[in-house]
Design a protein. Sequence first.
Length: 327
Amino acid sequence: MKFGFIPTEGGAFFQEALAEAVLGEELGFDSVWLEEHHGIRDHYWPSPLLALAGIATRTSRVLLGTDIVVLPFYHPVRAAEDAALLDVMSNGRAIFGAAIGYRPPEFELYGVSLDDRGARYAEMLTIIKALWTQESVDFAGRFYAIKGTIEPKPARPIPIWLGGWGELSLKRAAQLGDAWVPGPTASLEKLLAAQSQYRAALVAAGKDPASVPTPLTREVVIAETREQAWDLAEKYVMVNYRDEYGGGWKHPLIGSQDQTPVNQLAALTRDRFIIGDPDDCVRAIRRFSEAFGVDHLICRLYFPGMPHEHIMRELGLLAREVFPAFR
């Protein structure tokens, strides 16, 4: 199994995220991932590709992925150029993770319609792939008319990992992407139901599900003792769920399809989060491995207020105490 992580987030905390990425590479992590949201104080990245470019200059081995970019906020040529340049700067280490987005205030900020974002997203992905792989593109669609080329081209075909939970999103992930990358919020039951839909869509698209990567993002809080981990989760993870997802975000799962109370850590954790001492975390990861078949686990380690010093300790604990059980 490969292991990646989501470091400290927020534009003001780039130096902390950079230090974590450098340490993660030294410890043997396989990948570093950045998320995109807009207008959130001390959380997320408005420009994850830009921040990854900074990390690329201080690392040499780890994969650098977006988990995810909100693609409808981009022009397809700009998205293709930025991802291609990241791939060139990092000597072929980019993974382009994308989804359609869901927060109304962000769409208002960008002046983009929520109603047609799925169709726009599918058209953009078609254009981006063409710009990466063709000498010249001449495309006329519903949303974009593109003619020309980009330089430089990516160092190699950039893997496209697509998020989303709806039937159409899963179908698009199968048809247009190289993998489906589930976010950290879904329970195992929901994960398995969505995976079944995704794999059926892969077969319908003429693809072998066994040949497709199976990444998974999970909330992870690890500490030397179970009590320390749960105290940290109660203090920091709940900011995501109580104040953000439960505070009017209109998340596609939390508060809509999934009615689990957002202020009850124990209920949220069940078959969803990875929290505890190293032995607890090994057991939880093994459950997801056996049930879901995850082959690339992306550990979201940062939650608003989580101390940088603790994330540095978590990286060490995962590398020393958890990796050996899966490698």
